[in-house]
Design a protein around this ligand. Structure first.
Ligand code: KIV
Ligand code: ZN
Length: 513
């Protein structure tokens, strides 16, 4: 009988700390629904004290999700913990994850606290958290650079105070598998009460070893892994959920654990997170990259055709590839459309939203014969505008591009309801369109990223465009999809401008708290 490995997903918290990856409340709920469908044990839905938007998103997720534990992060202070406690209150199962740094550099330079003060703050934090829930997790931030004796002292104290999960983070992605496994083994052997708690690992990927370090910790006794979809996260990211889950499953001969993850939901989750955050998945990324199951060389193709396992250690369909079956076409009715959205876990919050999305689906079905699940996700993303509505809206766009001539664009927008027109020329049709939009909006924002991906295959596929804009320290991602990539680009640029315009959009997910 194998032990259960708790999968703790922090895409909505640590993942959201990637520059520009901040998500609206509705987007977070869509991701949370997908994580629940995938049977993630714990969803870290955010950091309640970071902003009112984070608080509301955690509360909404706690009200909606029933099959996963909903967790909020909180620093070891009373305000953070009470905000976290209030946010998770509606959850069927709620967890507070409190943390304080334990390394000399963090204690001296950042916290300006003595080790004794840190121990006292950690214990007090766990007591406050226990007022809200029995399910309290404690993390020693920067454990990787902490003194082992001190870590043992802090962990012993918080276990006595009632923490049920002890998380050991490699906050700066500094460790290597053998060292990380040894640390976990030492802590479990030395800390009094170690057998009463779940030991957890949280690894960052600065040296590309987050997954390897996490798996080493599992071999040493950790029974929770903190990870994110596509390895999204602060700096180089976190351990990637799909790699951890599939490693444990594929090498069940090595790992004495099993997860309850429904692996067929992995690729849909990866695509959803990529679409919402604008973080494209590299083609050669393990498990979820477009080429992860593509065999290019003749020798490999020949082998796979003769016997698949010659070159494949996992089956594409087991992780959810080829799930993008043809779902709907231009003759599909509103009910079929609504029920496919429900199967994808997409619930539109009003009849108006459903009608508008259905009308857009019909438009798309006129242009594109076959509509796949990814097309539906993109339609819904397009519909999900900022909470304050669309300040900038595309009414009309026309581009002229011919060999040897400078491309030009004409655009008509509504800005706060008033119609405005502009024309511009540029290096290409997209450049001309952005210049025309900018001549109306005069945002002065800096374009950090422009990327186009085909959502599905075929030349009639929708192009999905991500635009990342930066202005006065705020970074936002805009998304737009259309079978015409210039229109997709215009939508994406306007989506980013709307986010910059929205006062509800956060400056930075964990910033300035
Ligand atoms: O990386 C880290 O140390 C964290 C903690 C808050 C767990 O994200
Ligand atoms: Zn982290």
């Amino acid at each position: 009988m194998k032990d259960h490995l708790v999968i703790f997903d922090t895409t909505l918290r640590d993942g959201e700390q990637s520059p520009g990856a901040s998500m609206t409340k509705e987007e977070k709920l869509r991701v949370a629904r997908q994580l629940e469908r995938m049977k993630v044990d714990v969803i870290e839905a955010g950091f309640a004290a970071a902003s009112p938007g984070d608080f509301d998103a955690i509360k909404l997720i706690a009200e909606t999700i029933k099959d996963s534990t909903i967790c909020s992060l909180a620093r070891a202070n009373e305000n953070d913990i009470r905000r976290a406690g209030e946010a998770i209150r509606p959850a069927a199962r709620g967890r507070i994850h409190t943390f304080i740094a334990t390394s000399p550099i963090h204690m001296e330079k950042k916290l300006r606290m003595t080790p004794d003060q840190v121990v006292a703050a950690a214990v007090q934090a766990v007591h406050w958290a226990r007022e809200y829930t029995d399910d309290v997790e404690f993390s020693a931030e920067d454990a990787v650079r902490s003194d082992v004796d001190f870590l043992c002292r802090v962990f012993e104290a918080v276990i006595k105070a009632g923490a049920k999960t002890i998380n050991v983070p490699d906050t700066v992605g500094y460790s290597v598998p053998s060292v990380w496994g040894d640390l976990m083994r030492t802590l479990i052997a030395r800390v009094p009460g170690a057998d009463q708690v779940v030991w957890s690992t949280h690894c960052h990927n600065d040296l590309g070893m987050a997954v390897a370090n996490s798996l080493s910790a599992v071999l040493a006794g950790a029974r929770q892994v903190e990870c994110t979809i596509n390895g999204l996260g602060e700096r180089a990211g976190n351990a990637s959920l799909e790699e951890v889950v599939m490693a444990v499953r594929t090498r069940s001969d090595l790992f004495p654990v099993q997860t309850r993850i429904d692996a067929t939901q992995i690729v849909p989750a990866s695509k959803l997170v990529s679409q919402i955050t604008g973080y494209a998945v590299q083609p050669n990324k393990a498990v979820v990259g477009a080429n992860a199951f593509a065999h290019e060389s003749g020798i490999h193709q020949d082998g796979v055709l003769k016997h698949r396992e010659t070159y494949e250690i996992m089956r594409a369909e087991d992780v959810g590839w080829a799930q993008n079956k043809l779902v709907l076409g231009k003759h599909s009715g509103r009910n079929a459309f609504k029920s496919r959205l429900a199967e994808l876990g997409i619930v539109l919050d009003s009849e108006e939203a459903l009608n508008a999305t259905f009308a857009r689906f019909k438009d798309l079905a006129d242009k594109k014969h076959e509509i796949f699940d990814e097309d539906l996700q993109a339609l819904v993303s397009d519909e999900a505008i900022t909470p304050e509505g669309e300040h900038y809206k595309l009414v009309y766009s026309r581009v002229c591009s011919e060999t040897g001539e400078t491309p030009t664009a004409d655009v008509t927008l509504t800005v706060g309801g008033a119609e405005k027109k502009a024309s511009a020329s540029g290096g290409g049709p997209v450049d001309a369109t952005f210049k025309a939009i900018e001549s109306i909006a005069a945002s002065g924002a800096e374009l950090l990223l422009y990327s186009v991906n085909a959502i599905t295959t075929g030349t009639d596929a929708q192009g999905e465009v991500t635009v990342r804009l930066s202005k006065a320290g705020r970074i936002v991602n805009g998304n737009g999809a259309d079978t015409d990539i210039v229109i997709a680009s215009a939508k994406s640029y306007l989506n980013a401008l709307n986010k910059l315009h929205s006062s509800l959009e956060k400056l930075n997910p964990q910033g300035d708290v």
